[in-house]
Design a protein around this ligand. Sequence first.
Ligand SMILES: Nc1ncnc2c1ncn2[C@@H]1O[C@H](COP(=O)(O)OP(=O)(O)O)[C@@H](O)[C@H]1O
Ligand SMILES: [Mg+2]
Length: 365
Amino acid sequence: MASISIKSVWKYYGDTPAVKDLNLECLDGEFVCILGPSGCGKSSTMRMLAGLEHITAGDILFNDKRINDLPPKDRNLAMVFENYALYPHKSVYDNMANALKIQKVDKATIDKKVKWAAELLELSPLLDRKPLELSGGQKQRCAIGRAIVREPELFLFDEPIAHLDAKLRAHMRSELKIMQRRLKTTMIYVTHDQLEALSMADRIAVMRDGVLQQVGTPSEIYNQPANQWVAGFIGEPAMNFLDCSLTESNGHLHLSHNAFSFALNAEHIAKLNGSAKEHSQVHMGIRPEHVTISARATPEHPIKGEVLVTELLGGDLLVEANVNDTRVTIKTDPDYIADMGDTCYLGMDTSRWHLFERESGVSLI
Ligand SMILES: Nc1ncnc2c1ncn2[C@@H]1O[C@H](COP(=O)(O)OP(=O)(O)O)[C@@H](O)[C@H]1O
Ligand SMILES: [Mg+2]
């Protein structure tokens, strides 16, 4: 098993930086997801880890040993990339056995390992099939089988299930997670899909434009985003952001929007810790699931709005409301009855607010 340290790593293609001063640790046996939109430098990072791409600056350590110049074959890792090319004329069995055959592993050992992987990946009945006779998910599992029979110290998976349909992806998410927990092999897994990262990872590293934004457990990334960009990237539907300012009256700081004003409580003030003062321009962030809606004004629903549109999503109803020219998305019960143009009243759970500095996007609360 391996622990990985990425230390101040840069990747330039010509004059263009793709990875900028990346620092990331992955513990032995840990499942770390690198999450970010297309083009943010995820695959470049993976290729440097695999030894397929020159590291422009910085160091990569496996088990505290610098491996910058170690050839790929000596890194004891297995990769599954998006375009997992299986040998079309070889059976599932031979596809999985191939790397071991090249290593001149004896036949009995190969057989044991392939059958073990097939069992784990539920491929046992399909070992004689050719890739053409497999579904997308089965091909995917075959590619993973090919990686795990080698019993590497490190898995590098780069968007391995991006091409599968939604239902199969959901299924593969849980399978991959179970597989990694069973094998306890260190995993670095790249995805642009937040659901994949949130559901599988021990920790998530969020990247944007080559820059690491935040590293944390799924719950930390979801509940305590480091900045407004992470807050907006994680969560579906996305967090609402409302232009607000901090105002003072009767010696209390208030969060003021053009449709409402709330006094900050002691907990908010403690979190702010002097980092924002009166007149500061901020964005208040609140997730759709933390906004409540009522047809009547109540003490819990003081903010008046107008229903723009509703969207029934299975067990949830999404309501888009206009609050004095700000669009707010609310996730509520499907029983809530609302028509376009109806007046509605919103409540915002003050323990679920986030405040971001408007210019920099830095998280204040
Ligand atoms: N071989 C290459 N030559 C030049 N630019 C590249 C090369 N590979 C990637 N890039 C650029 O580097 C940036 C990061 O790419 P990549 O690491 O593939 O991102 P991701 O995997 O997150 O989509 C992108 O702007 C991409 O166009
Ligand atoms: Mg990529």
